[in-house]
Design a protein. Sequence first.
Length: 274
Amino acid sequence: MEKIYLNIAGFTILCQVEDSEQKYHKEKFIKMLRKDYAGFISNKTEKPDFVIKILSTHQVSLEIKSYAKNKNIKNFNILLFHINSKRRTLVAHNPLGSFDFEIAINMIIYHNLLPLFKGFILHGSSIAYKGNSFIFEGRPGAGKSTTAQLLKGLCNILSDDSLIIRKVNNKFYSYQPIVNEKNFNFEKNGNAYLVNKVFFIRKAEECAIKEIKNKNLILQKLIRQVFNYDNKVKLQFPVIAEFVNKTDFYYLYVKKDKKIFKEFFKNEVLKNEI
């Protein structure tokens, strides 16, 4: 049996790969984990928050048949995996590709762990500077991804489409999701980045920044950017509201000129961080 620990959004996920009659598939899966998700692999072997059991085809067939019978599911063959939320365990079979694996991780993080541990998912882009994260929000086409790309070289891009927010020890941190994004040309890892500021992006001819003080307005804007899985945003609403109250929000007017905007951001936003 092979054990690989992953650190995703501050959660410890144990991938437990059983010995299998299909040795090739087991080795292929482990190779995929170590290559595609290297930044999330952890040396810590602490008690996991969730366990992924990769069983042999025969083992998983018995597991899924039992699960399907209990849930009165007739077409059990379509199940790639099943989750026992109470035991915090996901059972799957060896030939999991990266797409299937990311679906499994999403089910674990988004549906099972974040709603219970003061976290939520935002649609947006973000960058990192000296351990801090700066988040860009806005309607579709507002320029969230473009803004992050304009700052490449000055800051590290963390996310291009979605990001994870969690409250840990009374502070809010952002994390990179494990899934591939629209412009996946940046490294990913399981590090936590302290949330510094959140910006609602507006295209403009001149660069400018303006603080938003109306927290009710901010909450209305931000809640539209929260991914709502199984209507669990109701459960997550208190932590979202606290995030709004404890975080500084601004309108950021962006001129699509890399040199000009990068200099503006350095002087007006990062000046206290340098």
